[in-house]
Design a protein around this ligand. Structure first.
Ligand code: PHE
Ligand code: ZN
Length: 892
């Protein structure tokens, strides 16, 4: 059993590494690496301690200390560590030669080959799979890397930092030398060698530095790299404008590879990407692909400051770089696109991914206190909730103080490995505020609930809002995590959180209410205690409160608004987010009511649903064409998983599906003529050139949201429309939306359309991923068998994470009725794949297993089958630490 690493046990390293000279001779199966490390004792470490270097599956070929072979008994070597028993207590040099096999590396950690291209992935602890090292983020060194390879296989050789030399070796080999002047931890190391196509351009920084920027892709795909290249330049300009951060090397390279465990990686000057987040053409990428590419390019680029120049002291501080960088990329996308639309999209992700995580057995604080396997903590909580904490800080301090705090953080922590405390100290200093209570957001797992009730006093002309915050005990219990429950917070120790409540009052007949309260500043009230009451003076008539505008805190709000009050907000709120929220809440009430009633046959005509369609009709008539992207979001019903979250316990996924289906049918019927008219009004005139911009994407989104509802209400007519769209479409967005609509209507038309699509794109793996996903999400009994069939498709491979995610994770995460089938066949399929994958790629296997994180919420029969499936995993022999950690915590 893997040991538990605890934040409380942090100690500085006993030794430091100032300089690393790496010499890497690439070979498909016998790559040799010579690492020359300039070491010295750490003044903050323990004098005379042995030097213990980390390793993982390494073969040691040679070692020398200060140029001399080490004496007998001086070192102890295993594949996982190299110990020097009595290191010199002065600066010294260790030269270590190791051998690795990149072709056999299916974990995709360390040095591996993807489609023949050599590449590396070192975060969190992959560098130790390349050489023995102090593989921890608080050991910062200056790297020089010499990479050597066959010219024919590896014409392109890339490293961190700036290129300094290159040359020939004999007839067939060549080398390149790269030097990175910025000290960095090993997890930011990278190299690439392969046959790659390049697109490039130049960027001049505000400091006058000329930077060569380039995107490398599979040869022949250069035409799909332009959007990513442009996103790099836009990211650079934005970070200068918004945060005063300039790029600090002469080159910035992005490389796309097809086998990658995550989205992308921010290696210094050499970002390596999952090609899904680089390659884009109208024919192969959807609008959301374009949006994701832009966001992830920005995210990795922004890490250059938030992550690289200032890195993390230890992995418990992961949110320090990830939460902050997600916040930064969200702001970038909001500025480049539509702010309210982007905010809504981000909140939907948070609710769909982070809220369930925080409510289930894998719940953990944004800064965990213990872990067994760090790779399992790259979670929605660390990333998305981490970003919400930064956003709340800005809301609390205001944009100017926030910016000064950021400047101070970068200035004081530049070149260091920092902590959450260092981050908060910068803001405390600039604002003069004590942020100790705010810091609880990093410590307490679980989504807080804020219950609000409003009271109008006509005599006093006051309006009082009473707030009460609570943290569900279930979340704190579940946060127990590792066996001895280091994540657990005793319920009695729960501290109130500092919750910024952005709010306003809306008049019943529309228009804002200009009421006063001394406790509201710039539209924000700060709830700091368990209970508090906010009183507005001089209020002429009972208003409708608009609370948590822009989703100002990651909380669940319990607020008993009437249907009419919600309709008022939908029609009149000055805050676009809350207008959308009002529509969602109206829909959620209908869905929850119908799901609880078991969604009987006649639900399709229910009066609350009719009231919602009436409100949506007015909304669409008034403004659908003015902001189609927003209108598309207003038309989109809460996902099944969100309804399940609202129901919390004894969930029947089939009842939720029927409830949602009944409402789709009802809206489709009631709004049908309008939706068809909208589709016509939004159709692009033939010959319109493609643009991935937010406005064009918004028009496509609304047309396709309309198609979805039309097809729900009238499957035959809808299918005909969708098939016509499939044929005529000039974008992947329209083609895929049509295919998705068709996929929900069983029959020959569907099977034919799926077969044609699969045939058309048989040589486009990233498009086949969409095709796999559409089929994996069909909410029908035949789906597990269909998936088993597709697993034998020539394009499918368990070795490629994108394929696994599209065919299997789409099923386990996004097909709730089939994953949670009463007969357990959905759990069985998932477990089968987890176990088959674990020996190859434990990280991806472990992530797939997190689909069970809602198992305690479902009704008894399913719950027992889910538990049995999890136990089968937990008890399987030879499990990886990754999967055994998730299985163990899920069952705890
Ligand atoms: N640090 C990467 C990011 O920007 C994510 C990642 C983590 C990639 C671990 C690979 C391995 O979010
Ligand atoms: Zn990141």
């Amino acid at each position: 059993m893997q040991t538990i690493v605890r934040l409380a046990d942090y100690r500085p390293s006993d030794y430091l590494i100032d300089r690393v000279d790496l010499d890497v001779r690439l070979h498909p199966t016998e790559t040799r690496v010579t690492a020359t490390l300039a070491l010295r004792p750490n003044p903050d470490g323990e004098p005379g301690a042995p030097l213990v270097l980390d390793g993982d599956e390494l073969t040691l070929l040679a070692i020398a200390l200060d140029g001399q072979p080490t004496g007998p008994g001086a070192i102890a070597v295993t594949p996982r560590s190299l110990t020097l028993h009595q290191p010199p207590q002065r600066p010294f040099v260790l030269a270590i030669e190791t051998q690795v096999n990149p072709s056999a590396n299916t974990k995709l950690m360390g040095l591996y080959r993807s489609n023949g291209v050599y590449c590396t992935q070192c975060e969190a602890d992959g560098f130790r799979r390349i050489t023995y090292f102090l593989d921890r983020p608080d050991v910062l060194a200056v790297y020089t890397t010499r990479i050597e390879g066959e010219r024919a296989d590896t014409p392109v050789l890339l490293g961190n930092g700036n290129p300094v030399a290159q040359g020939e070796i004999g007839l067939t080999r060549h080398y390149a030398i790269w030097h990175d002047p910025h000290p960095k931890p090993a997890y930011l190391f990278a190299l690439v060698g392969g046959r790659l196509g390049r697109v490039g351009s130049r960027f001049t920084t505000m400091e006058g530095r000329e930077v060569e920027i380039a995107v490398y892709v599979e040869p022949g795909k250069e035409g799909r790299a332009g959007f990513a290249l442009d996103a790099v330049a836009r990211s650079m300009a934005w970070d200068e404008r918004t945060f005063g951060r300039a790029y600090d090397l002469d080159v910035f390279n992005v490389v796309a590879v097809s086998d990658f465990n995550m989205g992308a990686m921010e290696n210094k000057g050499l970002n390596i990407f999952n090609d899904k987040y680089v390659l884009a053409s109208p024919d192969t990428a959807t609008d959301s692909d374009y949006a994701n590419i832009e966001a992830i390019i920005a995210h990795e680029y922004f890490h250059n400051w938030s992550g690289n120049r200032v890195t993390c002291r230890d992995w418990f501080q992961l949110c320090l770089k990830e939460g902050l960088t997600v916040f930064r990329d969200q702001e970038f996308s909001s500025d480049e696109r539509s702010r309210p639309v982007h905010r809504i999209a981000d909140v939907r992700t948070l609710r769909a991914r982070q809220f369930p995580e925080d409510a289930g057995p894998l719940a953990h604080p944004v800064r965990p206190r213990a872990y067994r396997e760090i790779n399992n903590f790259y979670t929605a909580t660390v990333y998305e909730k981490g970003a919400e904490i930064v956003r709340m800080l800005r809301t609390l301090l205001g944009p100017d103080t926030f910016r000064r705090g950021m400047d101070r953080y970068f200035a004081t922590c530049d070149g260091t490995a920092a902590t959450v405390e260092d981050f908060l100290a910068a803001f405390a200093h600039e604002s003069g505020r004590d942020l100790t209570a705010f810091a609880q957001w990093y410590e307490q797992a679980g989504t807080p609930t804020v219950a609000v009730s409003g009271t109008y006093d006509p005599a006093a002309r006051t309006y009082a809002l009473a707030f009460r915050q609570s943290l569900p005990v279930v979340a704190t219990e579940a946060a127990a995590g590792a066996v001895d429950r280091p994540q657990l917070i005793q319920p009695q120790l729960i501290q109130p959180l500092v919750i910024p409540v952005a709010l306003g009052l809306v008049a019943r007949e529309g228009g804002p209410v200009e009421a006063v309260s001394e406790r509201v500043h710039d539209g924000v009230f700060v709830l700091e205690t368990a209970e508090d009451t906010l009183v507005f003076e001089d209020v002429a008539a009972p208003p409708v409160p608009s609370l948590f505008r822009g989703f100002s805190a990651p909380v669940k709000v319990e607020h008993a608004l009437t249907r009419d009050e919600r309709l008022t907000l939908l029609a009149h709120d000055g805050d676009a987010f809350n207008r959308w929220q009002a529509a969602q809440s109206l829909a959620m009430d209908v869905l929850v009511g119908r799901a609880k009633a078991g969604a009987p046959r006649d639900a399709e005509a229910g009066p609350e649903g009719a009231a919602l369609s009436a409100a949506l009709a007015t909304f669409l008539d008034g403004e659908a064409l003015a902001d189609p992207a927003f209108a598309a979001l207003v038309l989109t019903l809460p996902e099944e998983q969100e309804v399940a979250q609202t129901l919390q316990a004894e969930v029947d996924p089939d009842a939720i599906w029927r409830a949602r289906q009944s409402l789709r049918v009802q809206l489709g019927r009631d709004l049908g003529p309008r939706l068809r008219a909208l589709r016509a009004a939004l159709a692009e005139p033939a010959g319109t050139p493609f643009s991935p911009d937010a406005a064009s994407a918004g028009r496509r989104a609304l047309r396709n949201a309309a198609l979805d509802l039309v097809t729900a209400a009238d499957p035959d007519a809808g299918t005909a429309l969708a098939l016509a769209q499939l044929d005529a479409a000039t974008t992947m967005t329209d083609r895929l939306a049509a295919l998705a609509s068709v996929s929900l209507v069983p029959g020959e038309a569907r099977e034919g359309a799926l077969a044609r699509f699969g045939e058309t794109y048989r040589h486009e793996p990233l498009v086949l991923d969409k095709w796999f996903a559409v089929q994996a999400m069909i909410p029908e009994d035949g789906t597990p068998d269909r998936i088993r069939g597709l697993m034998r498709h020539p394009a499918f491979s368990l070795g490629n994470p994108n394929r696994v995610r599209s065919l299997i994770a789409s099923f386990s995460l996004n097909n709730p009725t089939q994953f949670h089938r009463p007969d357990g066949a959905g759990y069985d399929l998932t477990v089968e794949v987890v176990l088959a994958l674990d020996g190859k790629n434990p990280q991806v296997a472990a992530r797939l297993l997190t689909s069970f994180n809602t198992w305690r919420m479902v009704e008894g029969g399913r719950r027992r089958r889910a538990e049995a499936a999890l136990r089968r995993v937990a008890e399987a022999p030879g499990l990886s630490p990754d999967v055994s950690d998730i299985a163990g915590r899920s069952l705890a």
